[in-house]
Design a protein around this ligand. Structure first.
Ligand SMILES: Cc1cc2nc3c(=O)[nH]c(=O)nc-3n(C[C@H](O)[C@H](O)[C@H](O)COP(=O)(O)OP(=O)(O)OC[C@H]3O[C@@H](n4cnc5c(N)ncnc54)[C@H](O)[C@@H]3O)c2cc1C
Length: 492
């Protein structure tokens, strides 16, 4: 029996664990021990019940366009727990000079694809609108033969559509997903579709129009089932924690999952691996999968491969926090008919964004109550992370008063801190990851997974854990069959 130690109980580590379980069920002589330093599994997925409220402290959604979450949920038997967002109240508001404006209809990522909503919105000045329209005429960037195409979000958007589109849409919408600085963020590593679009269509607007036509064609071909609607944002009925819990239940093996157990050191010898833990235990293994944040992987791999450890240390991470507040809806002071508010950096607010959690997911608050969540921190405001929980609750509460017109005091507040929790895919990220992967490839029995490398989204993280299993078992001479992906209509 081959034993693999998985370090890290986020979705990447659990994706690895569940894949090993499936390999064992298929007859391979392999098992795993997963060790997680926190007292709970899930990593950046965390749901807490506060009375009748369901509060997500980390990720609050997954995107089903990328199939990994629903594939895993389907294999493990909990796909029917998927919860679509309530599209009937989907609206995004954007703060501009103290006023909130709805995002114009037809905006895709950050590019307008419908003329009238864009022409009539007061979110942009007339010169800003004209400058955005120049995207249709500006020639595409010339690439030398063989030149790899990369650019920051800021550079691409200002070059093609001007500063207003960057400041009011691209930075809060696209940069916000990664809590990243648009002046540093590599598009090749985050949204390569934008670079491809410019090269293929000569214009981002033309590229998004083509995408919109494809999406409309798909919707005609695969009409929406009102009982099981396909939505962009998805969660689970009991909150995002259902995903790691469901994966852990499906993966659990004889040695299983140990929480409250920190891996402190890795050792490698001709006979295999030794994983030292905070409990003073030494676990023998044939392979090790490190599914932690990149900086934690750097610490762990230092004794085994100092060069790999140094490469891992070059991936920067930033800290952020979510602050969830519960309210009675009487006299709230503002309409709950929206999914969220974006506060662009140019507004210089402590609040980066707010989600109307119980509008997006109606069961998150009991009748007559509302759940709101504020997002603070990110690379431009690391100083706020030194504030106490009480101070963060006060800050988010007063930001909601000033920005939304909130009039009542919260009935409760919860703060969730993600210290060095958001990897920053800065320029050169893909080169760094390629070098890391080459190095890992030279260490037999070592696998690496997680959101620090090839995608921070939950589906990407699950796939990275699964890929690490294929690598490690391959090193041990075990070749795996690919899982069958459940057939379903393409997502639009
Ligand atoms: C506030 C926030 C909101 C987000 N929202 C979304 C969203 O809506 N949708 C989306 O797709 N993505 C979202 N993301 C990103 C996504 O949640 C993460 O990229 C993903 O969950 C990371 O999973 P992971 O398994 O790679 O790492 P993690 O979840 O970070 O798990 C790594 C685990 O390793 C453990 N660990 C570290 N060191 C050790 C050690 N030495 N020994 C044992 N255990 C160790 C940690 O405790 C942790 O549990 C969000 C992230 C944050 C922070």
């Amino acid at each position: 029996m081959r034993r693999i130690v998985i370090i890290g109980g986020g979705v990447a580590g659990l994706g690895a664990a569940y894949k090993i379980r499936r390999a064992a069920d298929a007859g391979h002589e392999v098992d795993f021990v997963l060790i997680e330093k926190d007292p709970r599994i899930g990593g950046k997925l965390l749901t807490e019940r506060v009375g009748e409220f369901i509060v997500d402290g980390g990720s609050d959604a997954f995107i089903a366009q990328k199939p990994a979450v629903m594939r895993v949920a389907g294999l493990a038997g909990f796909a029917d727990r998927r919860m679509p967002s309530d599209e009937s109240r989907k609206k995004t508001l954007i703060l501009k000079k103290g006023h909130l404006y709805p995002m114009p209809d037809g905006v895709m990522q950050f590019a307008p694809t419908k003329f009238w909503p864009f022409a009539t919105t007061r979110l942009f000045s007339w010169p800003g609108k004209v400058r955005a329209g120049m995207d249709l005429f500006i020639p595409k960037k010339k690439l030398a033969p063989g030149e790899s195409n990369d650019e920051t979000l800021q550079s691409l958007v200002t070059r093609r559509m001007g500063h207003e589109i960057l400041d009011r849409l691209a930075e809060p919408l696209v940069g916000g997903v990664h809590a990243s600085d648009p002046a540093l963020m590599s598009l090749a590593a985050t949204f390569p579709n934008l670079l491809d679009m410019e090269q293929r269509y000569g214009s981002l607007v033309r590229g998004f129009l083509a995408q919109r036509r494809i999406a409309e064609e798909m919707r005609r071909k695969y009409p929406i089932d009102p009982k099981n609607p396909r939505t962009f944002f998805n969660s689970f009925l009991g909150g995002m924690q259902e995903l790691p819990d469901g994966m852990a239940a499906a993966a659990a093996g004889p040695e299983g999952i140990r929480t409250g157990c920190t891996a402190t050191r890795l050792e490698r010898s001709a006979g295999g691996w030794k994983v030292h833990t905070s409990a003073g235990e030494i676990i023998d293994a044939d392979g090790v999968i490190v599914a932690t944040e990149g900086w934690a992987a750097s610490d762990l791999t230092a004794p085994v491969d100092p060069e790999l450890s140094s490469l891992l240390a070059t991936i920067p991470h930033s800290s952020s926090a979510t602050v969830s507040l519960g309210f009675d809806t009487d006299e709230l002071g503002f309409s709950l008919d929206a999914f969220g508010v974006l506060c662009p950096l140019v507004e210089h607010r402590a609040l980066m964004a707010a989600t109307y959690s119980s509008t997006k997911w109606p069961n998150r608050a009991p009748k007559g109550k509302a759940l709101m969540r504020g997002f603070v921190g990110g690379p431009h405001n690391q100083a706020i992370m030194s504030r106490s929980d009480e101070e963060l609750i006060d800050i988010v509460n007063s930001e909601m008063r000033a920005i939304l017109g909130l009039r009542v005091e919260p009935t409760f507040g919860r703060v969730y801190r993600w210290i060095n929790g958001m990897p920053q895919y800065t320029m050169g990220h893909l080169d760094r990851v390629c070098r890391i992967e080459r190095r890992v490839g030279e260490v037999p029995g070592l696998g690496l997974g997680g959101g620090s490398y090839r995608g921070i989204g939950i589906p990407n993280c699950i796939e990275s854990g699964e890929a690490a299993v294929s690598k490690v078992l391959g090193d041990l001479g075990i070749a795996l069959e690919e899982d069958e992906v459940p057939a379903e209509a393409p997502r639009t």
